[in-house]
Design a protein. Structure first.
Length: 292
């Protein structure tokens, strides 16, 4: 390869390097600014192929898509001076590249820090005029919309950033407050349990007393019924005995005598002395004669 060829090749390489360093591309999802010796000469460079002066010009590109940022958990006081730990996030987007670059120097972390500071102050103010119930459930959406509109109004004009949404991910009581609430709830539950147990004992005693009363009533009624049946049985037995007595008075008299003897001489050592001329012996010899 001759000297001319080498010079030609070197010239071609130089041309390629100059052209490549003079051309830059902005993606569809980004916007750019053009700096010359560090001074801003062109802002909001649109997507596409662009040219710059090599070495002298510098291009900065910024993502204009919707970005999200988790905010650090903070503690805020409600209007009742009750502390709440709040965890939130923000959705934001660069709306004006020129304002964004001038306000933040093109530093995304600086932009996030500015937004976090504004939102922190906004949340502190919004929580300070609402009760715990309102910020937890009643006016939570209203609070977020009001804060978003407030922060967005200033961030667009001052930072070139549009705030699309601010959301609270979680609201929790501080650990010490949670423990106090838990102890108070446990005490209230124990008190309620004691009340229920007391009511249960009273109900059990009432049921037991009613059962005892019903038992006494049933036993009394059963005793009265048994006495009535026993009286009716005794009356019927007396009637039967009287009827039998009228049919054969001699036999009935004899039967009663035998029964009396049986009861009187129940022991083995009992003796009976009978006169040979007694009616009893005569009856035993001739029951029919005695009956006559």
């Amino acid at each position: 390869m001759g000297p001319k060829s080498i010079i030609g090749l070197a010239g071609a390489l130089i041309v390629i390097l100059v052209v490549s360093s003079s051309v830059y591309i902005i993606p569809e999802t980004h916007r750019g600014v053009l700096l010359r010796f560090g001074e801003l000469v062109e802002t909001n460079v649109q997507p596409g192929l662009h040219f710059k002066v090599p070495v002298i010009d510098q291009v900065r590109q910024f993502d204009v898509r919707v970005l999200t940022m988790d905010l650090p958990a903070r503690q805020y006081l409600t209007v009742e001076k009750k502390p709440l730990d709040v965890d939130s996030y923000i959705a934001w987007q660069i709306s004006d590249v020129d304002t964004f670059y001038r306000a933040t120097g093109g530093n995304e972390f600086s932009a996030q820090s500015l937004l976090a500071s504004r939102i922190d102050n906004g949340l502190r103010n919004e929580f300070g005029v609402r009760t715990m119930h309102e910020v937890v459930s009643g006016q939570r959406d209203e609070l977020m919309h009001a804060l978003r509109d407030q922060v967005n109004e200033t961030s667009v004009s001052e930072f070139g950033i549009r705030v699309l949404d601010i959301r609270i991910k979680a609201i929790e009581l501080p650990q010490q407050v949670s423990e106090n609430v838990y102890r108070r709830m446990a005490t209230e539950r124990e008190k309620l349990a004691q009340e229920f147990r007391s009511r249960g004992r009273e109900a059990a005693e009432g049921i037991r007393a009613d059962a005892d009363r019903q038992r006494a009533v049933i036993l009394a009624e059963a005793f009265a019924k048994s006495e009535q049946l026993r009286g009716e049985g005794d009356g019927e037995a007396a009637r039967i005995y009287a009827d039998a007595y009228t049919r054969n008075e001699a036999f009935y008299s004899f039967y009663r005598s035998l029964t009396a003897y049986q009861k009187a001489f129940a022991g083995k050592d009992d003796l009976l002395v009978i006169d040979s001329d007694s009616d009893f012996l005569k009856f035993l010899k001739d029951p029919r004669g005695s009956a006559n």
